[in-house]
Design a protein around this ligand. Structure first.
Ligand SMILES: Nc1ncnc2c1ncn2[C@@H]1O[C@H](COP(=O)(O)OP(=O)(O)O)[C@@H](O)[C@H]1O
Ligand SMILES: Cc1cn([C@H]2C[C@H](O)[C@@H](COP(=O)(O)OP(=O)(O)O)O2)c(=O)[nH]c1=O
Length: 209
């Protein structure tokens, strides 16, 4: 084999890669709403789009959702379950879709672990390192920003009704953590207090190829 053929054999033809788009923000900022609207708009542009969320509907995600009402796990267990849920998500859905040129839109990703498990006392940078050992950086991170009171009003939560994940002071920590990511080259902060359509226009402007 000549060196060129050797090179060709070891250097695969550059794949047409897709995009990993992540939407983050505290509960009630409009992540699910915007993810669905973005998926529809990108499909109309002819893209193959996979919309997903974390915690997933897989076995680890199920255990986590159950714990939100049946009684919170220890912080160590909770982080471990989110990591296992995400490992499965990355391996089975995220990487395969992006590698074949698809667009993945995630409603939450490991930045939520930094925020919510960070709010329970684990160092967010330690959480980030554990995740980035296997989870790819997003091409685009959209941070929907909204004050905690407005966010809780939207999800119809009044004092005392918040589930384990939605305690007010923890949400303030989460909001601040998300805003602390604003300087990442892939991050964009959007004012989520705007009308739904106005937020969608900003989101789509960032994501359309
Ligand atoms: N820009 C907005 N203005 C007012 N209400 C909104 C806006 N975006 C979403 N909502 C409403 O707020 C609630 C939470 O929206 P959702 O997309 O489920 O948020 P999240 O997924 O971030 O928790 C829903 O009732 C939704 O219709
Ligand atoms: C992805 C993720 C979510 N969470 C929390 C944030 C939410 O309050 C909770 C459930 O996620 P959420 O997006 O609210 O799911 P659903 O819309 O079905 O209620 O999980 C973490 O604590 N760590 C994480 O890594």
């Amino acid at each position: 084999m000549t060196s060129d053929q050797d090179t060709a054999a070891t250097d695969p033809t550059p794949q047409e890669t897709g995009k990993l788009i992540v939407i983050e923000g505290i509960d009630g900022t409009g992540k699910s709403t915007q993810a669905t609207m973005l998926a529809e708009a990108l499909r109309k542009q002819g893209h193959e789009v996979v919309q997903s969320h974390e915690p997933t509907d897989g076995p680890w995600g199920k255990k986590l959702r159950e714990s939100a009402t049946t009684g919170r796990l220890t912080i160590e267990q909770e982080l471990e379950y989110f990591l296992k849920d995400r490992e499965q998500h990355v391996e089975e859905l995220i990487l395969p879709t992006v590698f074949k040129g698809g667009m993945v839109i995630l409603d939450r990703y490991y930045f939520s672990s930094m925020a919510y498990q960070g709010a329970r006392g684990i160092d967010p940078q330690e959480i980030r390192q554990k995740n980035e050992a296997f989870a790819p950086l997003p091409h685009i991170l959209i941070i929907l920003d909204l004050d905690v009171d407005t966010a809780l009003d939207r999800i119809g939560v009044r004092d005392g009704e918040a589930n384990e994940f939605e305690k007010r002071d923890a949400l303030q920590f989460c909001r601040d953590l998300f805003l602390g990511l604003a300087d990442e080259p892939f991050a964009h902060v959007i004012d989520a207090s705007q009308e739904i359509e106005a937020v969608h226009r900003e989101v789509l402007e960032l994501c359309k190829s």
